[in-house]
Design a protein around this ligand. Structure first.
Ligand code: HEM
Length: 239
C-alpha cells in the first residue's frame, strides 16, 4: 500500500535526525523524549507528587520567570522606538502614545517589572517559610539572593530611561545616598553615573546595563538556578 505524505515525513532520515525517539507511546520512549529534547531536558523525567501541589510553591518562581520573559519581549520592542540620548529619550517615550498599541507596550513592560519585584520577593518568602534554604539547597539560596539583587538593579536602571522629572530626581537622590558610603562614596557615585551628576553618561550607562548586561547575567544565573533545583532532587519538602 502507498504510504501517506505524513508517514513518509515521519520515517524520513531528516525527521529522525531531529526527533530521535519517535512517537512516545511507552514509558521508556517518554523518558528518552525528555532527555533528548533541548527544551524539555530541564524538566525531571519523574517528580514527587507533592512538588506539583500548587499551594506548596504557588508557582511563584515560575511566574517570576514568565514575567522576565514578558519583560524581555516588550523590552526588545521598546528598544526599536527609544534612543538613549538626553535630547531624545523623553520625546521618544511621549511619542509612544501616538503609535498603535504603544501605551499598552509601555505599560505591559512597566507592570511586568513591578510584578516581578513582588513575585521574586514572595518566592523568597515561600522558600524561607518552607525552609528550602537548608542543605543541599543553600547554594541555590545564594544564587537566588543574586537574582533578587539583579531584579532590583533592573528596576533601578530602568527608572532613569524615560528621562522625566521623576526619573532624574529618583536617580539623583539614589546616587547621592550612595555617595555617603564611608570612604568609597564619591568613587561609587562616579562609577554609577560616569560623571559627577546625572547626565548623558549616566543615561547611556543605565541603558546598556538595563538592556544588555543585567538581563544577560540574570538569564545565566536563572539557568544555573533551575539546573540546581533539578540536581538537588527537585522541589524540597513536603513540609
Ligand atoms: C529572578 C528571580 C527568580 C526566579 C525566576 C526563580 C525561579 C525559581 C523556580 C522556577 C523554582 C522552582 C520552584 C518554584 O517555582 O518555586 C525556584 C526554586 C528555588 N528558588 Fe528561586 N527564583 C528566583 C529568585 C529566588 C530568590 C530571590 C531566592 C532566595 C533568596 C530563591 C531561592 C530558591 C530556592 C532555594 C529554590 C528551591 C526551592 C525548593 O526546593 O523548594 N530564588 N526558583
Amino acid at each position: 500500500m502507498k504510504k501517506g505524505i505524513l508517514q513518509r515525513i515521519l520515517e524520513s532520515a531528516v525527521w529522525r535526525s531531529i526527533f530521535r525517539t519517535g512517537i512516545p507511546d511507552t514509558d521508556l520512549k517518554r523518558s528518552m523524549l525528555m532527555y533528548n529534547n533541548f527544551f524539555l531536558h530541564i524538566f525531571p523525567v519523574k517528580m514527587k507528587r507533592h512538588g506539583l501541589r500548587f499551594c506548596y510553591t504557588f508557582c511563584l518562581g515560575g511566574i517570576s520567570f514568565l514575567l522576565f520573559i514578558i519583560l524581555c519581549v516588550t523590552g526588545i520592542l521598546l528598544m526599536f522606538l527609544y534612543t538613549p540620548s538626553i535630547e531624545r529619550a523623553y520625546f521618544d517615550m511621549q511619542a509612544l502614545a501616538l503609535i498603535f498599541n504603544g501605551k499598552i507596550l509601555r505599560n505591559l513592560h512597566r507592570w511586568a517589572a513591578h510584578g516581578m519585584v513582588v513575585t521574586v520577593f514572595l518566592h523568597m518568602v515561600r522558600v524561607f517559610y518552607t525552609r528550602s534554604y537548608r542543605p543541599p539547597r543553600e547554594f541555590n539560596w545564594v544564587i537566588g539572593i543574586w537574582l533578587l539583587i539583579l531584579t532590583l538593579a533592573l528596576s533601578y536602571t530602568g527608572y532613569l530611561l524615560p528621562w522625566d522629572q521623576l526619573a532624574y530626581w529618583g536617580i539623583t537622590v539614589g546616587t547621592t545616598i550612595m555617595s555617603y558610603t564611608p570612604f568609597l562614596g564619591k568613587h561609587i557615585q562616579y562609577f554609577v553615573l560616569g560623571a559627577d551628576e546625572v547626565g548623558h553618561e549616566a543615561l547611556l550607562r543605565f541603558y546598556v546595563l538595563h538592556c544588555a548586561v543585567i538581563p544577560f547575567v540574570a538569564l545565566v544565573l536563572m539557568a544555573i538556578h533551575f539546573w540546581r533545583v533539578r540536581k538537588d532532587g527537585g522541589i524540597s519538602g513536603p513540609l
